[in-house]
Ligand binder design. Structure first.
Ligand code: HEC
Ligand code: HEC
Length: 286
């Protein structure tokens, strides 16, 4: 083999490796979806904790049939899909692997990329067991045959671009701060970050829409400016905050509004213990 050919081959290998890195599917194994009543009950609880219905089941729909519109900061709008187990218009027949790839990695069963309007970058913090429990609950929902509308996005936007976006986000979003060893605070952190996705609306983003975890919960201009930091929550006592998560009354005795009402709708259904864990996380001292 001559040298030119070898260097060409090396370049080719590097390019293919790069593409594989960018487009290859993460290895998640192919675990079974559990079928125990315990798994389903935990899954139902966590499905609520993660606010799945806020985006997939709206306006009194008879199930999570989608059709909820989310405005894109880059023009146009997303429409949520039907996630009932209907085989034609929903996600009927999904395996454990499909659920893990979608919820934790933003990848479709065929290797496509989801838009981060689906908050998979927050959900990636879920344990595989918890994702599979959510799946265990979701596969028991009645299938509803209902075609959700398509996204309406500018022609230059392609979802495969999210391959590069995800890699950039890995590098640019920074590190979530450590939360110490207190079990209650850890539970609160797990719920706030990986389920309730408080940061999707309350953590600042850069021009590409990538979260800045070095400034976690400092408020997001134009979305939810309230900072969930010691300063931002200055008007709340720990008890006020626990009540806020239950009834949506702010420290000024006003009913909170906007999309925060959907959040209260799910935090109000958590156990008191979990609301206290959330408060312990936001009011931690370190
Ligand atoms: C903030 C809104 C939002 C929340 C909350 C949300 N989703 Fe979604 N979800 C979306 C959007 C938007 C899409 C479509 C993404 C795309 O097409 O690229 C989506 C797509 C999906 C898909 C892919 C469906 C398909 O047909 O390929 C599944 C499965 C899914 N979501 C399940 C969930 C589950 C389970 C939860 C809760 C753990 C959840 N979603 C919470 C907005 C949301
Ligand atoms: C879907 C976006 C979204 C998510 C997710 C979200 N918030 Fe909010 N939040 C908002 C918006 C919007 C407001 C401003 C509401 C208003 O206008 O009354 C707000 C306001 C607040 C306030 C200020 C209330 C006051 O005193 O005025 C607090 C505290 C708060 N959110 C806590 C949380 C916590 C804790 C979580 C996670 C459990 C969370 N938010 C998740 C959108 C969100």
């Amino acid at each position: 083999m001559n040298k030119k050919f070898i260097s060409l081959l090396v370049v080719l290998i590097v390019v293919v490796a790069g593409l594989y890195w960018a487009f290859g599917l993460p290895r998640v194994g192919d675990p079974e979806i559990p079928a125990s009543t315990q798994a389903m009950a935990n899954g139902e609880y966590l499905y609520n904790a993660a606010g799945c219905a806020a985006c997939h089941q709206v306006d009194g729909a008879e199930g999570p049939v989608g059709g909820y519109e989310i405005e894109s900061p880059f023009g146009g709008s997303f429409s949520t899909p039907n996630i009932t187990p209907d085989t034609e218009t929903g996600i009927g027949g999904w395996s454990g692997r499909d659920f893990l790839l979608a919820i934790k990695h933003g990848r479709s069963p065929t290797g496509g990329f989801y838009w981060p309007a689906f908050p998979y970058r927050s959900y990636q913090g879920m344990t595989d067991e918890d994702v599979l429990d959510i799946a265990a609950y979701m596969v028991t929902l009645p299938p509803v045959n209902s075609e959700a509308p398509e996204h309406e996005l500018p022609a230059w936007q392609f979802s495969w671009m999210m391959s590069g976006w995800n890699i950039m986000a890995d590098f640019l979003e920074g590190e979530l701060s450590a939360v110490g060893n207190d079990e209650q605070v850890q539970r609160g952190a797990y719920l706030a970050r990986s389920f309730s996705h408080c940061g999707e609306c309350h953590t600042p983003r850069n021009v590409l829409g990538i979260s800045n975890f070095n400034n976690e919960f400092a408020g997001q201009e134009g979305v939810a400016s309230a900072a969930l930091t010691a300063d931002g929550l200055g008007a709340y006592s720990y008890e006020d905050f626990v009540y806020f998560l239950e009834d949506g009354f702010t420290a000024n005795f006003e009913q909170v509004g906007g999309e925060m009402l959907d959040v209260i709708d799910h935090t109000s259904k958590l156990t008191q213990e979990d609301r206290e864990a959330l408060a312990a996380f936001f009011f931690r001292e370190d």
